[in-house]
Ligand binder design. Structure first.
Ligand SMILES: [Zn+2]
Length: 300
């Protein structure tokens, strides 16, 4: 929870949103898509967005951050250091013909941009869902063709798995992925270096795992995500399980109301490269209130 941040943060963000709306006439603008976000940051400030209708859920603001994959400093990420309340939701193993469209609707209502690590076989079967993800501002990452554990197969097989998934994504939407999540989390440093050298991929792990694939129930999944997420962290979930999708409205609304703001993984990586002056005012409060949990998690 980010109690000290919540009140002040909301006042700050509300003011910025009001300014943003007044300069754009309240018109909704898509925050851009996965690879290169061309934000109109100067005119609207960091946050833009539309006015909130009372019948709508809380909205994630438009966050316009230019992404440049060449600037990724690390081979691998599960979280970044940031003073801002930014987090990245990630969904693995889809797209699924029923669950993924439901999730996309849930995200769209909240103006949340997420990251999908898709399996190549599913990308081939449902290319229209890949295109919808891109059209709605989400990022797509590589999760191999057949969900193979990269550190347990030969280099030739790994190459075919990575390339095959990349080609399925490019064939569907024309956007080359820049990030990869190793299926099952099975990876080692040698493979990470190889992925960077041969494909230019950063390896994306996670800091928060609600273990939704064990099907603990939607309430448990939502509670774990809300209670375990800290600033700068990457959250793992799967868009192939119905109960996970059912947990999302509560999980996402809970995080939004706690002051968190959603970005794609590549935006999160880009944020690490910046000092965002507009965030520093409330960033300190945010960090001080979460330091205990960070120590518990034994990071940094
Ligand atoms: Zn997976």
């Amino acid at each position: 929870m980010i109690k000290p941040f919540t009140l002040f943060g909301f006042i700050t963000i509300s003011l910025i949103l009001m300014l943003g709306c007044s300069s754009t006439g309240g018109k909704y603008e898509n925050g851009g898509n996965t690879a290169y976000l061309d934000g109109d940051g100067k005119r609207r400030g960091l946050f833009g967005g539309r006015k909130r209708n009372k019948s709508e859920p809380l909205q994630n603001p438009n966050i316009n951050i230019r992404v440049d994959p060449r600037l990724a400093r690390s081979l691998t990420y599960s979280r970044i250091r940031t003073e801002g309340p930014f987090i990245a939701m990630t969904f693995d193993d889809g797209p699924h013909p029923v669950h993924t469209p439901r999730l996309l609707d849930i995200l769209k209502r909240r103006n949340i941009k997420a990251t999908f690590f898709v399996v190549g076989t599913n990308a081939r079967r449902y290319p229209q869902l890949i295109r919808r993800m891109i059209a709605e501002g989400h990022e797509i990452g590589n999760h191999t063709v057949n969900h193979k554990y990269l550190s347990r197969i030969s280099v030739e097989e790994a190459r075919a798995e990575v390339l095959g998934c990349e080609r399925a994504i490019v064939a569907a939407c024309g956007v080359k992925p820049r990030i990869l999540r190793p299926p099952g989390g099975h990876i080692n440093d040698r493979v990470k270096v190889w992925l960077k050298k041969e494909f230019g991929y950063s390896t994306i792990m996670w800091a928060v795992d609600p273990e939704d694939w064990k099907r603990p129930g939607s309430d448990v999944v939502a509670h774990r995500i809300i209670s375990e997420t800290d600033p700068g962290e990457i959250v793992l979930a799967h868009d192939i399980h119905g109960p996970t999708i059912a947990a999302m409205p509560r999980a996402l609304d809970g995080l939004l109301s706690n002051g968190y703001r959603f970005v794609t993984v590549s935006q999160l990586i880009a944020i690490e490269r910046r000092s965002i002056a507009t965030l520093s005012d409330f960033g300190n409060n945010l960090l001080s209130s979460t330091v205990d949990r960070k120590e518990r998690k034994n990071i940094q």
